[in-house]
Design a protein around this ligand. Structure first.
Ligand code: ADP
Ligand code: MG
Length: 698
């Protein structure tokens, strides 16, 4: 391919040059014409209007003022020094403050001259000031575009130093657009543009920088957001289509003895509606002749294990073996116990394989696995090892998905000549928009219903003054035969202050719950894995009443007898973590309680998190709030999702547009699965140019 004008290094743009180009690349990552084109304004300002000092009445808006500098002072020394100027117009005066780039500003500004300043006022000690405003000599006013929607680009003191002032950015962008606007390629087909009523791309890029009017700006934003979302979806769905085309898997055509015997004789309870629906979805997949790649989402306690088991029985009924992989030994052996118990009396051979399985047992297990005498293998990462060879592996179930890397999943794939069907289970609810994007190539099943008779965990938020009440409550519950978790937010295991807090906490607990009446398990990150396991085990086996732990308590551990979860410094946990922790209780028939202890000082977000926990136990609702509070950037898995490529679109605000984009991606591939049609070539070219590392997904 010939280099495109948009691939031209930015240093060749008039007025930039090599050294400024380098500064720009370092600060913003922009290094070519094309990337510069996607350096969008972060706001649009009305610079046709001037305000006066007396008109400043809130710190909400960005304002432009004209006036004189009457004094310039440097206050303080070294790293904390700042430059303070007094700015006056005919109605009053305000301070302008700089903490960085002081030298450069000082050279540029002189007392007595008239300037135009532009910025966002802050209220400090009852007075307004501006920190780091733009400042231009008033005689250059003519250069400031007097448009109501002037683009405003984010810059830094370093960049300003190299001449990238907001005003210059505008100038540079104008030069760039003048030069390239005729060469901006369209990325969508004419058909799609028309069907989705989108603005052509070149027009959108011109209008995102220099909007003709508010309507054009809105259309430009819509178009460019659509592009961002559409190409992620197109790529994900393409992977899925390719897999459907190419990756044939075994057809599990019938439901046979094992499934039916289990269903009629062993099933200890009625399936929930959601479980039935999900099993139907899985059955349809398994029978279709394509490899299943399904994500099963279900809140903690929603009964995913049973769904996994019944899916495995379908594999057995069709002459295949199945395996279930869990992230820890405790979880694996818990699954092993549960599943063996559920299969009692049926002619099904189940085994457990973990790091601590002894050599002799291991050898026997390998042999049985290879000749097909063993039907279901449950275990940890040990399952991935080379020596573990199946006779005929048909289904792989992976529990608590996020702990397993993509590469590990891939190795299970290779355990069978025909790729096995894959069911991935996760208890971390993900908002719909995010799931569509993160797992857009997987099919998704959701168990959105808890088994009947579950009492939702009651959640309370307490402060230190209620400590005594909380301790008393724990005693009452223990007296009733229940067990209690206390969790500390030890974020940094080497942080001495945090360790100190943990130790003090443990001391308080030991004071109030003395031996021999009470026994306590203590688990934290500095224990050796073996010690951790044995402390956990004592709690699981009801040998201890209280489990004091840092966040290391295992996801998915099932101790139905535990009815109280106390979370210390709860404000320091993220919402999904709080939800996971709370999910450790409420697993039995009795009423369970979650107590959130917090300090008195809470940030707005901290308060919102705790209020949300008190208000609802719905994992999906909590995930939505989490997404709103944090944005998708911090959520699990987003790094590898291409979401980092989202500049304009938001998974919080643009759900509708995302659905539309996915629908159009579907439509496009339904009509032209290989993207061979001439009108779709712009899309293909765009995908080829796209920077995302798609190989890392799926
Ligand atoms: P998770 O989805 O968190 O893995 P589990 O599969 O561990 O949930 O199930 C939680 C508990 O609910 C288990 O004790 C299980 O036996 C029970 N359970 C599962 N399905 C049902 C059902 N349909 N009716 C009643 N109890 C159920
Ligand atoms: Mg589970």
């Amino acid at each position: 391919m010939l280099p495109h004008i948009l691939d031209t290094p930015i240093e060749y743009l008039k007025g930039i040059g090599p050294s400024r180009a380098e500064a720009l690349r370092k600060e913003t990552g922009v290094s070519s014409f094309g990337e510069m084109l996607h350096y969008y304004p972060f706001r649009y300002v009305d610079r046709s209007k001037f305000y006066t000092v007396s008109e400043i009445d809130s710190d909400a808006a960005w304002l432009q003022l004209k006036g004189k500098i009457t004094s310039i002072q440097t206050i303080g020394k070294g790293r904390t020094s700042r430059l303070v100027m007094n700015f006056r117009d005919h109605t009053g005066n305000v301070e302008l403050i700089w903490f960085q780039g002081v030298k450069w500003i000082k050279e540029k500004v002189g007392v007595g001259r008239e300037y135009i300043i532009f910025g966002k006022p802050n209220l400090f000690n009852g007075k307004f000031n501006f920190t780091h405003p733009d400042i231009e000599p008033a005689e250059e006013e003519a250069l400031v575009q007097n448009e109501p929607l002037q683009p405003y680009y984010s810059t830094s003191e370093k960049l300003k130093n190299r001449g990238f002032t907001p005003k210059n950015f505008v100038r540079i962008m104008r030069t760039l657009l003048t030069q390239v606007h005729k060469s901006i390629p369209e990325t969508l087909s004419p058909q799609l543009l028309q069907a989705a009523k989108l603005m052509p791309r070149a027009e959108a890029l011109i209008n995102i920088h220099f909007p003709r009017d508010p309507q054009s700006l809105a259309k430009a934003q819509q178009r460019l957001k659509f592009d961002e979302l559409f190409f992620i979806q197109l790529q994900l769905l393409r992977l899925k289509y390719i897999r459907m085309e190419k990756v044939r898997s075994r057809v599990f055509a019938h439901i046979g003895e094992n499934f039916n015997a289990f269903y009629h004789q062993n099933l200890p309870f009625e399936l929930t509606g959601a479980q039935k629906r999900v099993i139907r979805e899985i059955r349809a997949d398994l029978g279709a002749g394509k490899q299943m790649n399904r994500l099963l989402q279900g809140d903690v306690g929603s009964g995913k294990t049973l769904v996994a088991l019944m899916s495995m029985l379908i594999a057995l009924d069709n002459g295949c073996q199945a395996c279930l992989m869990a992230p820890t030994e405790i979880l694996a052996s818990q699954h092993y116990k549960t599943i063996s118990r559920m299969l009692e009396g049926l002619p099904i051979e189940v085994a457990l394989l973990t790091g601590s399985t002894r050599k002799a047992a291991r050898t026997e297990l390998h042999a049985k696995l290879l000749d097909g005498r063993l039907h279901i293998l449950i275990g940890t990462h040990a399952l991935i090892e080379k020596q573990v060879q199946f006779h005929n592996l048909g289904l792989v179930v992976i529990d608590e998905q996020h702990r397993f890397g993509v590469a590990q999943r891939a190795r299970l794939w290779e355990k069978s000549e025909v790729p096995p069907h894959i069911l991935v289970m996760t208890a971390t609810p993900i908002p719909r928009t995010l799931a569509m994007t993160l797992y857009g190539d997987l099919d998704i099943s959701v168990i959105d219903e808890l088994p009947p008779g579950r009492k939702p965990v009651k959640t309370y938020h307490f402060f230190e003054k209620d400590r005594y009440k909380v301790l008393q409550f724990m005693k009452d519950q223990i007296a009733k035969g229940r067990q209690v978790y206390i969790v500390y937010p030890l974020i940094n295991e080497s942080d001495t202050l945090e360790l100190q807090a943990l130790k003090e906490g443990i001391d308080i607990v030991m004071d109030h719950f003395p031996i021999p009446q009470y026994h306590i398990s203590i688990v934290h990150g500095q224990l050796k894995p073996g010690e951790k396991e044995s402390e956990m085990k004592r709690f699981v086996e009801k040998k201890t009443h209280i489990m004091v732990a840092t966040t290391v308590i295992e996801v998915g551990v099932d101790v139905p007898n535990a009815s109280v979860m106390v979370i210390e410094n709860a404000e320091r946990f993220g919402l999904s973590q709080l939800h996971q922790l709370r999910g450790r209780v409420g697993r039995g028939a009795d009423q369970s309680h979650c107590i959130l202890m917090s300090s008195y000082k809470l940030t707005a977000d901290g308060r919102k998190r705790l209020d949300t926990m008190v208000r609802t136990t719905d994992g999906f609702e909590i995930a939505e709030v989490d997404l709103h509070l944090r944005g998708p950037g911090d959520l699990q898995g987003t790094q590898q999702s291409g979401l980092v490529g989202l500049k304009l679109a938001s998974l919080v605000k643009d759900e509708k547009l995302l659905k539309l984009a996915r629908e159009f991606a579907h439509r496009t591939l339904d009509e032209d699965p290989q993207l061979n049609k001439p009108e779709n070539q712009p899309m293909v070219r765009h995908l080829q140019r796209s920077e995302f590392d798609w190989g890392r997904i799926s």
